[in-house]
Design a protein around this ligand. Structure first.
Ligand SMILES: Cc1cc2nc3c(=O)[nH]c(=O)nc-3n(C[C@H](O)[C@H](O)[C@H](O)COP(=O)(O)OP(=O)(O)OC[C@H]3O[C@@H](n4cnc5c(N)ncnc54)[C@H](O)[C@@H]3O)c2cc1C
Length: 298
């Protein structure tokens, strides 16, 4: 039996595995190789690694784990997990089942990427969703925000920190009330409700947004806010509680309602950055190891 199974080998899972491996815990880390930021070429705001390609960052993380014979890494999908009499039984793709004393879910989230022609080619280069991650590179440029209602309004107002040339593109009725409309206008943000037909760009750089009617809109980058969901069903199936953002409501050190079950990284709480995911993974690892020590003391 493993001490800990970790589902997901992004920054949160890798960080937890490193701490737990050094705690001499027998760890199985399972990952199926699709981190949330795989579309982007540079990871920002991670102290000492600002600008590193995400794949290189993860490879460094995996490389560090090879120093610890306590950690086993497998490239496999976790298809299910249950807690049977205090023991976690995790099912892997292919049907194999592994048992562990603790389970850490670090499977991240999936963004609802708008299905607009031309967007995928620009995603991660000039189409983003997080100004903290990618705002600096397009500061003072003409930017579009793609979204509706309170969410579209909120991201537009947030982006005033990075540019003063902002257009909120709602691709249909804006769902923005009078008060929000007035707030946007007061901050120099216009709203365009025409249906979006496609994005045009060159070498990954957005040039213009083409609408069903009216003139195309010249823009250098677009930030979208169209929601997200859990990348795996594991937390749902294990009965975790969720907040309004759709992430798991965790307690102290990423603990959950179920003893021995922890959820770290983007899958839990609010701030979704690599450095925060790594930190949450380390916190969960600390709590897991502390619990295991206490359980084993005579
Ligand atoms: C376009 C874009 C740009 C970004 N830029 C930045 C940035 O510059 N700086 C920054 O700090 N943050 C950035 N982010 C956010 C960052 O990607 C996340 O905060 C971070 O990846 C969260 O780490 P995580 O370990 O929680 O999840 P992830 O990195 O998503 O890792 C989860 C891992 O679990 C695996 N997995 C999922 N389900 C299963 C399963 N059932 N079985 C096995 N494995 C599974 C996935 O394949 C993945 O490898 C960006 C996000 C996007 C979308």
């Amino acid at each position: 039996m493993y001490d800990v199974v970790i589902a997901g080998g992004g920054p949160a899972g890798l960080s937890a595995a490193l701490v737990l491996g050094r705690c001499r815990r027998r760890v199985l880390l399972c990952d199926n190789g699709h981190p949330r930021n795989e579309a982007t070429t540079a990871l920002h705001s991670y102290l000492t690694r600002d600008g590193i390609p995400p794949a290189e960052f993860l490879a460094l993380g995996r490389q560090e784990l090879t120093r610890y014979d306590t950690v086993e890494v497998r490239d496999v999908t976790v298809t299910g997990a249950e807690c049977v009499s205090g023991v976690f039984v995790t099912t892997l793709e292919g049907g194999e089942q592994v048992r562990s004393r603790k389970l850490l879910i670090a499977t991240g989230v999936r963004d609802n990427v708008p299905a607009i022609e031309g967007l995928r080619e620009l995603y991660g280069r000039s189409v983003f969703h997080c100004p903290y991650c990618d705002g600096w590179e397009v500061r003072d440029q003409p930017l579009a925000i793609y979204g509706r209602g309170a969410r579209g309004c909120g991201l537009s107002l947030e982006l005033t920190n990075w540019s003063s040339d902002l257009v909120l593109v709602t691709d249909g009725p804006s769902e923005i009330d009078e008060k929000q409309r007035e707030h946007l206008s007061r901050n120099g943000i216009s709203i365009r409700e025409d249906r979006v037909v496609r994005l045009e760009g060159e070498d990954g750089i957005l040039r213009r947004i083409v609408f069903a009617q009216g003139e195309p809109l010249e823009r250098r980058a677009l930030f979208f806010t169209t929601g997200q969901s859990q990348k795996s069903e594991l937390a749902v199936r294990l009965g975790c509680e969720f907040n309004e953002k759709g992430t798991v409501r965790t307690g102290k050190f990423e603990s959950t309602h179920l003893r021995g079950l922890f959820v770290a990284g983007d899958a839990s709480r609010a701030v979704q950055w690599v450095i925060v995911a790594a930190s949450e993974g380390a916190e969960a690892a600390f709590a897991i190891n502390s619990d295991l020590i206490k359980e084993d003391l005579r």
